[in-house]
Write a protein that binds this ligand. Sequence first.
Ligand code: NAP
Length: 376
Amino acid sequence: MSLVIPKHEPLLLSSARQQSMHICRGNVYIQAEKALYLLEAKGRFAIKDKAIQEPGPGEVLVQIHAAGLNPADQKVHERDILVKEYPAILGLDAAGIVKKLGADVSNLAVGDRVVFQGWYDDRRGALQQYAVADAGLVAKLPSTLTFDQAATFPVPLATAAFGLYSSKKAGGIELTAPWEDGGRGKYAGQPILVIGGSSAVGQFAIQLAKLSGFGPIIAVASVRNTAHLKSIGATHVVDRAAPLSALGSAIAAATRAPLLVAYDAVATPETQNAAYAALAPGGKLVHVQFAKVDEAVRTPDKTLALPYGNVLAEQNGDDGHVLYKALEVLLASGELKPNNVEVLPNGLEGATEGLKKLEQGLVSAAKLVVHPQDTA
Ligand SMILES: NC(=O)c1ccc[n+]([C@@H]2O[C@H](COP(=O)([O-])OP(=O)(O)OC[C@H]3O[C@@H](n4cnc5c(N)ncnc54)[C@H](OP(=O)(O)O)[C@@H]3O)[C@@H](O)[C@H]2O)c1
């Protein structure tokens, strides 16, 4: 059965009618899609049919083939944060195929394979089969990159990049990005510490540090991840099981240069205090959670920075657009590698198991990914 609906009429349809229904807008027929809804705050998840959104001016409609999970999705569920309205669609990291262009979109074409960051609402949530994205915040994929791999980039990469290169106001430490004039290799000879090197964010911090020229790049992670971290740019891997009190001596064994930059992708009170103590005077610490460095040890010469890895957030200004332009180039050149992927079965339904894994800390050096198109 098909139904013709005027272009801008909201599509709120009873589930009985949706089951075998196609929606027609203009001359394009698209089936109603499936989405994974969080039904109420801290509540249950359920797959529901919904109408596919219409891309507005400057937007594109993307058929999502891979959606990556973030710890933020689990925290949203557990703590009722960031969502304005329930039922809500979660999911931030998405990759798929452009199916429709809104007005004034000239940088993309129908059929392009792309990656983008979603948001926690009906139009942009990644845990559905179609979502809209801003055309300027989308990167085209080279044929060598799978959708699963592409879905590992958005939030972790933005969090790493904004922490290192954004303005202080935006939560960064204002290094020159490798995609800016003079930024490539600029920090040669300077050490960097990345705590949580095997986390999704940490892996991009390591890779960006490498493009920026830092060396040695000292990562703290489980030793089983050493080979992988060295393959993406870490020069030294410190066992996270060792006492953090020994971190200073591990760094001293790797370099005689003062440590001026640390990226803490774990950001517990213990890791933040250890990273802060390891910094030389004038050093800068990026921490992905609120600052927990003991007040008593803080000194005015050391900088703390909390980035917000959300390209849609006002505080990040134009940084998302700059990042996505750079990302397209770095993906094409193969200089930025994806995280390893663990694909969860059962389409969107699989995300609920993934969120439990994240809650239990069972994710190591991998991104959990679901395939929305495989939803029953
Ligand atoms: N501020 C923001 O906007 C923003 C954005 C994104 C993420 N975050 C936060 O950043 C953190 C990382 O996110 P993610 O997506 O990268 O997480 P993730 O990939 O799911 O993190 C899992 C990894 O964390 C590592 N890890 C956990 N505890 C560790 C410790 N004590 N020392 C060293 N490594 C440790 C594990 O390493 P091993 O397996 O090697 O042991 C594992 O590989 C989360 O807290 C998240 O909420 C913040």
